[in-house]
Design a protein around this ligand. Structure first.
Ligand SMILES: NC(=O)c1ccc[n+]([C@@H]2O[C@H](COP(=O)([O-])OP(=O)(O)OC[C@H]3O[C@@H](n4cnc5c(N)ncnc54)[C@H](OP(=O)(O)O)[C@@H]3O)[C@@H](O)[C@H]2O)c1
Length: 348
């Protein structure tokens, strides 16, 4: 067996939220001399960034986070050592940890999110218990595999229950949205994408030209839900992947058909509870299923990996950019400024 590493490099949050100051710091830390019985040492090959990482490092997370923690929850890597009672993984397996390590089956009551309640994955080596590691699809390269756990599982959970031929509204052109677009296309759904940028929409229409992608600019059409209704003969979509939060939820419900689903994924707009006026009446009148999404369980992530393997789907067309691991600070800032279409990934 090759010599195992004794140290790792990791980025930890500075917890200095002053604009313009560094948000992460590169540190070298000791790795344990011996793995505990069911632990697995993973050599990380790629880490993908999410809006959440930029939000946490800039102090905006609505939930508490541990001080100076390691950011990021999307990574792909290779098993290089296992504890002496590991049963399901072997050296050489390609794996990713799940995002909420307390959620294996959707029936656990606890919560432990990477990069918030415990350290995340922005490091060159990570150690996790084997029960929170999923095997990744073999045909994906490391960069594509790294977007599966958070963006992928969230999009997968958000789209659950919508059948072939139905119509979905996917908001924005960020990581979750682009993954949802890929899954929706593979599942035979009619897709409407909204964005604040005509250029982003035109680029996407070219990239996903067949069948034609339907689009709405929510910036030039503040009443964008009316545009969505026009595109669906006044009926509304069957499901919305909702990322705006309080400023978009009511409008999303207004352009969802009776009995349709609004998957509440994000909170990108400024949160203002006054915008929820009329919510209850609307839910009852339109019989809307408002469904909270919190990534997914290990079971969900395994199901997604099975679907990706079955379809041999690839994701190179939704990778916005890659940068070396050492450029973590710049990559976080890039996400914070919302410059990406799809995923921004760091390679180790
Ligand atoms: N619940 C979960 O499990 C979970 C998991 C992952 C992410 N999230 C949340 O989901 C949201 C998206 O995450 P992400 O990583 O995909 O973000 P991202 O890559 O940073 O994408 C953000 C994009 O969303 C669009 N957007 C911003 N404000 C909008 C609005 N008011 N209405 C419609 N679209 C809007 C913008 O697209 P345009 O530039 O095209 O306008 C923006 O580029 C975040 O709030 C994140 O915290 C939740």
């Amino acid at each position: 067996m090759p010599d195992l590493p004794t140290t790792r490099r990791a980025f930890r949050r500075t917890d200095d939220f002053t604009p313009g100051t560094p948000k992460v710091k590169l540190v070298t830390e000791d790795l344990p001399a011996k793995l505990s019985a069911t632990s697995v040492l993973v050599k990380v090959h790629a880490i993908s960034l999410n809006y959440r990482d930029a939000n946490i490092t800039n102090g905006g997370n609505p939930w508490p986070v541990t001080p100076n923690g390691i950011p990021c929850n999307d990574a792909a890597g290779e098993v290089i050592a296992i504890g002496d009672q590991v049963k399901y993984l072997e050296i050489g397996d390609r794996v990713a940890p799940i995002v909420d390590t307390e959620n294996l089956t959707n029936r656990e009551t606890g919560r432990s999110w990477l990069a918030a309640d415990e350290d995340g994955v922005l490091a060159d080596f990570i150690i996790f218990d084997e029960r929170v590691l999923c095997k990744l699809p073999q045909h994906l390269d490391w960069v594509q595999a790294s977007i599966v756990p958070c963006a992928g599982t969230t999009a997968w959970s958000a789209l659950k229950g919508v059948k072939f031929g139905r119509t979905v509204l996917i908001q924005g052109t960020g990581g979750v949205a682009m993954f949802a677009l890929k899954l929706a296309r593979a599942a035979g759904l009619r897709v409407i994408i909204s964005s604040s940028s005509d250029k982003k929409l035109d680029d996407l229409k070219r990239k996903f030209s067949s069948p034609p992608l339907l689009t709405v600019n929510y910036s030039t059409h503040p009443e964008w839900h009316e545009e969505v209704l026009k595109l669906t003969d006044g009926v509304g979509v069957d499901l919305v992947v909702e990322v705006g939060g309080s400023s978009t939820l009511i409008k999303s419900m207004k352009c969802t058909r009776r009995g349709g689903i609004v998957s509440v994924v994000g909170y990108l707009s400024k949160q203002d509870n006054q915008q929820f006026d009329g919510l209850l009446g609307l839910i009852i009148d339109r019989r809307t299923i408002v469904r909270g999404i919190n990534a997914g369980s290990k079971q969900d992530q395994d199901d997604l990996c099975a679907a990706i393997t079955a379809t041999q789907m690839t994701f190179e067309d939704i990778i916005d950019s890659t940068q070396p691991f050492e450029k973590a600070e710049e990559a976080i800032q890039y996400i914070w400024e919302g410059k990406q279409v799809g995923k921004s990934v760091l390679t180790v």
